[in-house]
Design a protein around this ligand. Sequence first.
Ligand SMILES: Cc1ncc(C[n+]2csc(CCOP(=O)(O)OP(=O)(O)O)c2C)c(N)n1
Length: 758
Amino acid sequence: MPKDIDVLPDFTTGQIDIQSIPKFVYDSSLAGELAGGLTHTEAKRLLRYMMVIRAFEERIAELKSGRYAGLPGFRFIGASHLSIGQEAVAVGTMAGIRPDDYITSTHRGHGHSIAKGAFAIESMTQEQLAEFIGVPPTDAPREALLQQAFQMHLHRTMAELFGKEEGYCRGRGGGMHIADFHVGHLGANAIVGGSLAIATGAAMACSKLENDRVVVCLVGDGGVSNGIAAESFNFACMDQFKAGTPVIYLIENNQYAMTGQEAGEVTGVRYLAQRGAGFDEENMNAEVVNGMDVLAVRDAVRRGAAKCRNGDGPVLLECMTYRYMGHSLSDSGETYRSKDEEQAWRREDCIERYVCQMVETGVITKAELEQLDAAMRAALDEATLSAYHSPDPDPKEMYAGLYATSTSEDIGQEWRTPDDEILRPWRKVRRDSKGQMLYRHAVAEAVAEEMMRDRRVILYGEDVADYGGAFQATRGLLATFGRERVFNTAISESAIVGTAVGAAMVGLRPVAEIMYIDFLLMAMDQTGNQAAKAQYMFGGKATIPMVIRTTIGGGKGYAGQHSQSLEAIPAHIPGLKIAMPSTPYDCKGLLKTAIRDDNPVIFIEHQNLYDQRGVVPEEDYTIPFGEAAIRREGGDLTIVAYSSMAPVALEAAARAADELNVQAEVVDPRTVCPLDVETIAASVRKTGRLMLVTQAPATGCFSEHIAYAVQERCFGDMKAAPRIVAAYDVPPPMAQTLEQENIPSPERVLEAIEALVS
Ligand SMILES: Cc1ncc(C[n+]2csc(CCOP(=O)(O)OP(=O)(O)O)c2C)c(N)n1
């Protein structure tokens, strides 16, 4: 399908104009806002939440030093990145969005979490409040329920910091990874910048699901220099997203990363809002905001959210603020900044300035202020003690939340793609007279069937649309499902994976392609720290139904960066599932299972198998993960091989039978995670010998793990030490002589069989 726009040569002399970026344009005040409709209750809420955040952070400082009188002798362990000084950003942001909007947060995110939850509570129905508090539906007065819910919110926040079972993430995440999906908090991220792509993907999903929601991505001034920022900004700005991407990137510029100073030292710009220039023609609607003024932040976020809902996102806001304390409580903050600077910012203190306006406008009296302060401190004392005395997680529950047990298996017709959204009927891939089709066509058929079955499934990656992917495995899908669901991305592996995580968090089921597994190394944070960990870290509350389809090369002389078999790397990170089909039948069945699974799956295809033929039924079928296939039976040794090494092992086994009179049993695990060790061990118990064949270099390859796991189970039954036939410990070489020797061949396997049985 040709693209809509022809890019014609145009060499006209001229200059490129970049629009100017507004700064500090808010020109109202509390009096102005009250005249414009802000109620006294709303105005008080802003103050109350800023005060509670500050008191909360001060409490953490007390607990960290062991000086909290309520818990003598107790010293808090865990991260302590406090946001004292920055409260206006957290509160102004949450006041500027709707309670059903989403946020992502940072390692300095206690304030974000407290404010997001607090505003959400205010909007809850009576029934929701009762559920949140954990009591049966009640007709108790709303004010009382609100108070109890707020108390519960503080308790669960503090409990998470203490690593308690009643914490928001069941103590699995702690303060740096706090999340509450029920109120749209998609998680704090201790990887600086780590949530930029997640927020982008969540926003893309909001747009595609047409739910009118906005995502605010809170990110530090340091975080926004991380590479993922550029990929995410570009992704959000892609012209093909005609409805815009409803995301506000909100840079909370507290002037320092850990100690690196943004303006003047570690960047080349005065304002990070300037980064918006270059991603779209509107500078991403960038603006610099006074982050010490809660009303200015609220105003900018409200305007930004309106733009996003109007289809004009993304928006980039830089809120200028300051942290009064050091980076964490181990940093005095004195080695890299002056007292004068600190004092100058303290004179702009967001709470003091707002209190002055509150008193001046008569919204609050000094006496009421004192009452508010006392009530809040009492609530905080209660939450500190209740959290401290609440139960610890049970070590027997170590694995709770690591993998979701749910799937989309039973969705029935609920999400079926309506006929009028099918642009061209999907033509079943024609089988040959033996009912066979190519491995590459099995990929397309699996994705097509799942896209038909579930309109939440989308497919994207580099060149997957018109071209059908570098290996033509997704050809035809664009014509059937259109660009809303099948689209190209820029060369941004981190953003491809990260956006899939975010999209999966809020309701889509993305299938994202990484052209070669070698390039997965470009996306390791998003794969290993985000996709793999989100479910567990957030207490099992998130589900991440996403598939990363990728491929292994080798044998084509593409050398070091296009020929690796890297499955051991993701397999090392708990939280991912990994499938490695070796036949067209498995390819289709496993891919359909992967798409229906509610966990992140790395689906590894092999380029050398794309032209392999095999029988693939036309009817709907899936293959469960964690069930190995015995490809050939034999009694003399067991060979374990997956992906392109399975046919190599089979050929070697056939020759061993003919030439050596040795009967090898060949087991193909099909998924390396979960791994069906029991089937392999049962085979080894029978044969007494184990050989593993892998295209990966020997050291640290996944086969080493299989060998260990099998020996752990049946060492006593083994007649010899296991033997691994692997690639050499070198990057894959280009020269044919070297490459052919490097990748295990039937001949090398045959030699190893001979050695093992003798
Ligand atoms: C990718 C990554 N690099 C380094 C760190 C260590 N680290 C933690 S916080 C921090 C500073 C982050 O600065 P910024 O994004 O401005 O947020 P702030 O701490 O100022 O809130 C650093 C370097 C990390 N957590 N993640």
